[in-house]
Design a protein around this ligand. Sequence first.
Ligand code: GLU
Length: 423
Amino acid sequence: MQPLSYLSISEDGPWATYLQQVERVVPYLGSLGRLADTLRRPKRALIVDVPIEMDDGSIQHFEGFRVQHSLTRGPGKGGVRFHPGVTLEEVMALAAWMTVKNAAVNLPYGGAKGGIRVDPKTLSMRELEKITRRYTSEIGIIIGPDKDIPAPDVNTNGQIMAWMMDTYSMNVGSTATGVVTGKPIELGGSLGRLKATGRGIFIVGRELASNISLPIEGARVVLQGFGNVGGAAAELFAAHGAKVIAVQDHTGTIYNDKGLDIPALLAWQEKWGGVAGFPECEVMDGEALWDLPCEFLIPAALEGQITVARAKRIQAKVVIEGANGPTLPGADDVLRERGIVVAPDVIANAGGVTVSYFEWVQDIQSFFWSESEINERLDRIMVEAFGRIWATAQDLKVSLRTAAFVVACTRVLSSRERRGLYP
Ligand code: GLU
């Protein structure tokens, strides 16, 4: 039995990164700064034990979490990840970033996140279904279409959302499609949701590039992560004339200075489960990814990837954060000093939760939109949100991250102020 992970918070983990980001924004919050402690702690954190009977008849226990960082602006909203590195501390940080993200894009949500400390690749389909259902049942006391709405994140997908929706529905005795988003289309899922995070990354990249007169046509793109997020982003960049020169995933790192054939790579990855073995490219050392000269560097895997040491070596003009929390605070400063612009996660990867919001709205009204309506609405919301963050950064002479936090935290704290303190 593994020792429990949730009894300590490290000084250099994701929660510490989030707290430092909050410290940077407080001086720009004016009188609302006095309410900033609201941001410095989660409203509610649930730890659950998830025991399941494995295929070999043994019983194993897994740690599960659901954290609602803020419910001030609406129900909690944020994904669920299945990963062996999940801890309460990580889920707390991810939930807090959802609060900021949802407010940065002005969605009527608070912020939440969940996770199970498990490597899903070691589970059979039956075990995966059991762990999902037991976890959903355990967190069922705090989720619901108007309380907190989970969605996919790292290693979770539409099938897992279908099991979550079914489990919750069985427990409450009626079909509740709006309890999770990222569902298959036939269960109230939304067109466009699967590729929405990647599409949002492209939209933010396009807007940022136009503000700094950087053409997308011919631009070199380097990607870490080629899952749902990185793959869809690569597809759009390539379709607009950019050259995706390097891609890294859990199976390896591949390079082609003429640009990888992205549709062929997506088909390869679908078939073989990773980029390794793809023809017409060179295999390169994973660490050397951070040295590649390029216009766009897109970390789209896990948090904490851009360390100070890597930030000193990065040769990109722009970093677009597809992952949540990929850049450490010290590394943020190095990139800024070196003139590398960072489009922060809380806006860059907000396309996913924005289309999740559309899915939830469609489920509530039982009236579904066309894919072009969804993509147009996504474009409009992202352009407006990014424009506001860009203008704030120019006005205050701060990074885009601090600007995004200023816009978002001002929204959260003014709602907080208006609502007042209960009792
Ligand atoms: N997991 C995604 C994120 O980090 C999407 C969350 C959602 O759709 O609720 O933004």
